[in-house]
Write a protein that binds this ligand. Sequence first.
Ligand SMILES: COC(=O)N1C[C@@H]2C[C@@H]3O[C@]2(Cc2nccnc23)C1
Length: 130
Amino acid sequence: DKQEEDVLRELRLFLRNVIERLSLDRRFRAFTKPVDTEEVPDYLMVIKKPMDFSTLLTNIDEHKYHTVREFMADADLIWQNALEYNPDNDPIDRHIRHRACALKDTVRAIIRDELDGDFERVCEEIRESR
Ligand SMILES: COC(=O)N1C[C@@H]2C[C@@H]3O[C@]2(Cc2nccnc23)C1
């Protein structure tokens, strides 16, 4: 109904704003677009569900996320994939893992500080009612 659509629209606005702020952070540049599987031919053999900020935005615009929890499941893939694909003890891998951990902490801090628990509970109620 109208009020429920207003809640879901507010959710999309919040999620878009989170991604926009992450995309402005130069530490997270490697996470803004899908890993180029022509440059990295084995990527899809290792990583079963690639994810990046541009794909999250597309998913938001396609109304794929009805709760912050559903969004977080995909957002977490970004840093989880980076830790999985870049495990080596060399400076390049360690650098991207450091950024992946920074992304994990930053997303959690934004959600903790800016998401009202009552708002997420309303989103979960709407999703369960459908
Ligand atoms: C989130 O980003 C990543 O997990 N990666 C892993 C890939 C391996 C390495 O760095 C990435 C891109 C790349 N392209 C060309 C040659 N080598 C690389 C970015």
